[in-house]
Design a protein around this ligand. Structure first.
Ligand code: ADP
Ligand code: MG
Length: 673
């Protein structure tokens, strides 16, 4: 059990006490069956009216339960004979589950159930049931018992309250011990709705502390990072000039400024840890290339990590054409490479022949080593977690820590950035290259599809290129791929004179490549794609994008997609082709897209509408998540959190250590990156 708990970072009683429930169930009262509401959890109790095995599309055991107010079917798709035999007609049963719509009306699927001794309600739970985060080998019941045991110590060993008095007062001078007891086992009369919304004063008090701890952890990370040794790079302006010579444009003011910031960092003996934020199309690739240039010029290696193969490939092709003329070698490492070529890349990285390596997640794999890694560049960082970044750093054979440059096109509102990336320095690429014409966004109904197809015909006849984007179906890449294939066929039929390509995540790599490249070369008029083209793809001649069912996507994602057009000088259009039933909220969101092309405004809206998990991508990366705090809801607390955090770091280092230990426990790996 100790080993299992360790996986959750739980090593002692204090860890258990601060492992607060994620959620609560209300099993303190019985609901009459006749009063059950769709999609709500409830405890019901009644006698079994009948039990039968149904042979529908799937074999199931259907147990009909009856009380004085009505009947409901409990349905089990997996059941044993013994189970079936105990669930006999007439038996008194209590069960807990979520009422959902089944073939017989409201049903419970696989509810928890028990056989109560008597028909008395007083054997019901006396507190709300806490629901904890679990891991394999740890059941909810076991975790509840463990927290029960931990709570039995809290009065004898109350946790120390480290918050300054003014903050304590702000949260109503909550007693920390009482708050923890309450949150683990809220009494029957606790305000359930408030608790479920995370709005209870005790939750607020602890959420503040949690935010504070995360801030402190990031600050510590920053401190530690500053103490590490990195190779200082010599910056030779003449090299920059030579590199930029072939380009038909010069750097924007913002690019020049951000490059200067990066160069300053690179000359230091402490590792750079800098995040570049720039809206889509701001020209981040070139900034990254200039950083890579100087590191390669110092005979150190550079790794550029992209989130998709398409993007890695695109960067690779650009880099080859930019760097090879200067005698700087560029290699590619993505998982689909033929074995021989992969071996070649791996060997070149290990012996130092490769100056720059462009790749995907494949770069995080075990067999990857570098001779002397000087700089890691992560493109579109929100897809990579702290842990992944760290694994890359450890691949270099020399003692020094590589510099790190992190680029993101997800404009993160300032308050969020200050909290989530407070260990990093921050540069803003706040200027688009000149000559871009704004993208006009249209929101139109599927009913006008035919009209739209005619428009594409006319546009492509003039030599323009277009994307037709099929959105994700229920997060299933294979369904989406099938959908894209179907739409591609339809469009080919409707537009026989056009050359149409297809790109989706289920294709063979060669096929994907071939279509992507043909589109880039202007050999295809129209590219039908899933959201695999979301990030980074750069084809300046494409000036029309149709996004089908845009209501399925978040705003930040739509903004990313839309950023694939409007990259050349011609007028560009983005058509949001929505389905039949558009909710009010969906309408509002699409209206935002029509009204603004400012990534920051869109991100703020997205944050309001969907919460920070989606925006920051923490869900995908497995980065440390908050138990109680909610970055959107609690954003107003952040300035106070920062003030308080800085003060504690200066005046009470012991309290800082104790707080980190209390909340993050041995999970400090996270704080050690
Ligand atoms: P993002 O910031 O979205 O990654 P990219 O690096 O893909 O943007 O750049 C978008 C486009 O702008 C590319 O076609 C690139 O060549 C072009 N570009 C980059 N910098 C400049 C500049 N200073 N002037 C004109 N065009 C530029
Ligand atoms: Mg990019």
């Amino acid at each position: 059990m100790a080993a299992t708990l360790a996986k959750l970072g739980l090593h002692n009683i204090q860890d258990l006490l601060f492992q607060l429930p994620r959620q609560y169930l209300d099993k303190t009262r019985l609901t009459p069956i006749g009063k059950l509401r769709l999609n709500t959890h409830a405890v019901v109790q009644g006698n079994i009216y009948k039990t039968e095995i149904k042979f529908g599309r799937r074999r199931s055991l259907a147990v009909t339960l009856e009380d004085t107010s009505g009947r409901i079917v409990l349905r089990f798709f997996h059941f044993s004979n013994a189970q079936k035999n105990r669930l006999q007609e007439g038996v008194l049963l209590r069960c807990y589950g979520e009422a959902r719509l089944g073939s017989s009306g409201l049903e419970f699927y696989h509810p928890e159930y028990e056989f109560p001794d008597e028909d008395q309600a007083d054997s019901l739970e006396q507190t709300l049931t806490p629901i904890y985060s679990l891991t394999e080998g740890l059941s909810q019941l076991r975790m509840q018992k463990l927290s029960e045991q931990a709570l039995s110590f809290i009065d004898r060993y109350p946790p120390e309250d480290f918050l300054p008095d003014d903050i304590k007062k702000k949260f109503g001078n909550v007693n920390l011990t009482e708050a923890i007891k309450f949150l683990h086992r809220p009494p029957v009369d606790a305000p359930v709705q408030q608790l479920l919304a995370g709005q209870h004063p005790f939750q607020r008090r602890l959420a503040f502390e949690e935010l504070l701890v995360h801030f402190l952890a990031r600050q510590k990370m920053r401190e530690r990072s500053r103490k590490e040794a990195a190779e200082p790079m010599n910056i030779d302006p003449a090299i920059s000039a030579r590199f930029l010579e072939p380009f038909p444009f010069s750097l924007t003011g913002a690019q020049a400024r951000v490059c200067a910031e990066i160069f300053k960092d690179l000359q230091k003996t402490a590792p750079m840890l800098r995040m570049i934020q720039g809206d889509v199309g701001a020209g981040k690739t070139l900034v990254a290339a200039l950083a890579a240039l100087h590191v390669a010029n110092n005979n150190k290696q550079v790794a550029l990590v992209a989130p998709t193969e398409i993007l890695a490939e695109q960067h690779f092709k650009n880099f080859i054409s930019w760097f090879e003329p200067l005698g700087i070698s560029v290699y590619l490492l993505v998982s689909k490479l033929k074995a021989a070529r992969k071996r070649e890349s791996l060997a070149a990285m290990a012996d130092g022949t490769a100056n720059i390596v462009v790749g995907t997640h494949a770069l995080f794999q075990e067999q990857v080593t570098f001779n002397s890694l000087g700089l890691v560049i992560i493109d579109e960082q929100h897809r990579f977690g702290v842990e992944q970044r760290k694994s890359l750093r450890e691949k270099s054979q020399d003692e020094k820590v590589p510099h790190q440059l992190i680029m993101t096109a997800t404009p993160i509102p300032r308050t969020l950035a200050m909290t989530t990336y407070s260990e990093m320095d921050y540069s803003l690429l706040d200027e688009l290259p000149p000559g871009r014409t704004p993208i006009e966004t249209l929101v139109i109904s599927q009913q006008r599809r035919q009209e739209l197809i005619e428009r594409i015909r006319a546009n492509c006849a003039e030599g323009k290129q277009a994307y037709w984007v099929c959105t994700l179906i229920e997060n299933s890449e294979s369904l989406s791929a099938a959908n894209a294939e179907e739409i591609c066929e339809q469009l080919k039929e409707a537009l026989p004179e056009l050359k149409i390509g297809l790109v989706h995540g289920r294709q063979k790599a060669d096929e994907k490549d071939q279509h992507m490249q043909a589109f880039k070369n202007g050999e295809l008029h129209l590219l039908v794609a899933t959201t695999v083209i979301e990030v980074g793809v750069d084809v300046p001649n494409a000036s029309l994008m149709i996004i089908e069912n845009p209501e399925r996507l978040g705003l930040a994602q739509l903004h990313q997609l839309r950023g694939r057009v409007g990259r050349g000088s011609q007028a560009s259009f983005c058509v949001l082709l929505y389905g039949d039933k558009l909710s009010e909220q969906a309408k509002q969101r699409l209206a935002v897209m029509r009204q603004t092309s400012d990534g920051f405004v869109i991100a703020e809206k997205d944050l309001q509408l969907r919460g920070p998990g989606e925006l920051l991508g923490t869900r995908q990366t497995g980065d440390m998540q908050y138990l109680l705090a909610d970055l959107e809801r609690d954003a107003p607390l952040l300035p106070e959190v920062h003030r308080c955090g800085k003060k504690l770091l200066q005046t009470q280092p012991d309290a800082v250590t104790a707080l980190l230990d209390r909340w993050l426990g041995k999970n400090q790996e996270y704080a050690r990156v």
